[in-house]
Design a protein around this ligand. Structure first.
Ligand code: GLU
Length: 356
């Protein structure tokens, strides 16, 4: 059944950098249109909206006179620090003009892996919604190092949607949706398959790190959180309002699936993996049949992980098809790989198969 707009009460809207800033110019009119539409949903229809906004680095680059996206982390972080301020200034001005206020929340990956911080972020977001302030979320780019980085706001928006148990994620960018080989928008996606992924190509833009692959990965996270997601063009007239009314009509709708249980969700998406265990075909088959991973099926190990860490599990062709919590540290596993031991490497309750 196609979900109807009135079911979507709590909505996350992700706004991509290119909507904020294109070809050296702030896209003020376009952004204001989006904000006006969001304000309408909140005030006239009683919706709760959280915005996940990119644009800090793009705006920072402009203000600092940087032509290319900095490759060195300190300069990139400096650009984010300068730009984030400017970004919030725009939101403050636009929402202020409509008699509304917003609040800034900057997150890193650590805020999702640490349960206390996770609950804290959730409570702050829910409190802002309850009080009628519009939360504006971005990655805390100016402090996040490689280890604690999301890397793109597509993923961040998917995790935020799961965090607050949103009813819909609207991913606004400068494309009309997910396109097939004939450049036609695919209206409905029920499964993010490998074939679908092969249609996506990474973005080459200077100030955007997203690209379609990132959007697909993010869609997969939200779908498995039991939340539908729409990818559409933020430049279309009434893109936000129409996405709420008829998500498949304005772009690509990624239908929600039965939500992973909290534990599976955390293993699959909620924490950074520390390494990869490569397995043979027999072990791959066993994992798909919901059996445990045994050392005899392990071909090789990469990364440095301890007992209890979450790792990726890949087949002999290097395709990551599952994630799991290892019972054996990488060093020890390397010694027993390919041999029969008593110990299970990953218990079946701690395995999530991602690609069938
Ligand atoms: N957090 C980055 C910024 O605000 C953008 C990341 C992204 O576009 O996905 O500039």
């Amino acid at each position: 059944m196609k979900p109807s707009g009135k079911n979507y009460k709590r909505i996350v809207v992700k706004i991509g950098s290119s909507l904020f800033y294109t070809a050296g110019e702030l896209q003020a009119r376009n952004i204001f249109e989006i904000i006006r539409s969001i304000a309408g949903l909140i005030r006239e229809e009683g919706k709760e909206v959280v915005i996940v906004s990119s644009g800090a680095i793009a705006l920072g680059m402009k203000l600092m006179g940087l032509k290319n996206r900095p490759k060195k982390l300190p300069l990139l972080q400096a650009a984010a620090a300068v730009g984030q301020n400017e970004l919030m200034d725009s939101y403050r001005e636009f929402f202020g003009g409509l008699g509304m206020h917003c609040g800034q929340i900057l997150l890193t990956w650590d805020d999702f892996t640490d349960r206390k911080r996770y609950l804290n972020a959730k409570n702050t977001l829910l409190k802002l919604l309850e009080l009628g302030y519009v939360p504006i979320v971005n990655e805390n780019d100016s402090v996040s190092t490689q280890e604690i980085k999301f890397g793109d706001n597509d993923k961040l928006s998917a995790l935020v949607a799961g965090l607050i148990k949103a009813d819909l994620l609207i991913n606004l960018s400068d494309v009309d949706g997910f396109l097939d080989r004939d450049k036609q928008v695919i209206r409905l996606v029920e499964e993010v398959t490998l074939e679908l992924k092969s249609l996506a190509c990474p973005s080459r833009k200077q100030s955007c790190v997203g690209g379609m692959i990132a959007k697909l990965e993010a869609a997969k996270i939200v779908m498995n959180s039991g939340i539908p997601c729409v990818i559409t063009n933020g430049r279309l007239k009434n893109a936000v309002a129409n996405s709420v009314k008829d998500p498949a009509g304005v772009g690509t709708l990624f239908a929600s699936k039965k939500s992973f249980k909290a534990r599976q969700h955390w293993i699959a998406f909620g924490t950074r993996t520390k390494g990869v265990i490569y397995v043979d075909d027999g072990a791959k088959k066993a994992l798909r049949e919901k059996k445990s991973l045994l050392s005899v099926g392990v071909l090789r190990v990469s990364g440095n992980f301890s007992c209890g860490d979450v790792v990726s599990i890949a087949d002999k062709d290097n395709l990551i098809f599952a994630k799991g919590k290892s019972r054996i540290a990488s060093g020890e596993l390397d010694k027993v790989k390919g041999t029969r031991t008593e110990k299970e490497v990953v218990h079946r309750d701690n395995i999530v198969v991602l690609e069938e």
